[in-house]
Design a protein around this ligand. Structure first.
Ligand code: COA
Length: 154
């Protein structure tokens, strides 16, 4: 089941999953701020009442990748699923619900995210959902790895 974060416990679970699964971590206030500003874009995936994945996104105003204009853009800041729950469609469900909400609730024109160029599973997931590589940001990550920016019109 995919749902919004409801309380501090949910946020702490998301932080725990992030610590276990990704090298990019954020201070607690950043998670809390996102939960208060963009609660309906901060989602968790539950299996048997256990939170096993999350996605955290927000809306930004920026130059469009697909229109030469200023657009409303949904930005996926972080998404992860616990290793033992992968390949069951939870990442897809988190992304699909996020895109739906970005479009219907915020009238976002596009969705975008950054991903490590070596992160094959994530790149495959995003491609399957129709996101395209629109840019490379050299040395985007702290360890010097490049990022692909992937995006899709909504
Ligand atoms: N190898 C190849 N393709 C993969 C893959 C892998 N290891 N994992 C996912 N995919 C692709 C497949 O096309 C898959 O469809 P299929 O299972 O029918 O073949 C599709 O993505 C959907 O997979 P899904 O089960 O919905 O994704 P998931 O729940 O396993 O979550 C991630 C995907 C990326 C969120 C998960 O691997 C993860 O948490 N990784 C660590 C954190 C991370 O890298 N986050 C992204 C940061 S940008």
């Amino acid at each position: 089941m995919i749902r919004e974060v409801r309380n501090d416990r949910d946020i702490r679970e998301a932080i725990e999953i992030n610590l276990k699964t990704l090298p990019e971590h954020y201070p607690e206030f950043f998670w809390r701020e996102n939960a208060s500003l963009w609660r309906d874009l901060f989602l968790v995936g539950e299996v048997d009442n256990r939170i096993v994945g999350y996605s955290m996104s927000r809306i930004e105003i920026d130059e469009g990748f697909f229109k030469s204009d200023i657009v409303r853009r949904g930005h996926v800041i972080s998404i992860a699923v616990l290793p033992e729950y992968r390949r069951r469609g939870i990442g897809t469900a988190l992304m699909t619900e996020t895109m739906k909400r970005m479009k219907e609730k915020y009238h976002a024109d596009e969705i975008m995210l950054e991903v490590r160029v070596s992160n094959y599973p994530a790149i495959e997931l995003y491609k399957k959902l129709g996101l395209m590589i629109v840019r490379i940001i050299p040395r985007y990550y702290r360890d010097g790895e490049d990022a692909y920016v992937m995006a899709k019109p909504l």
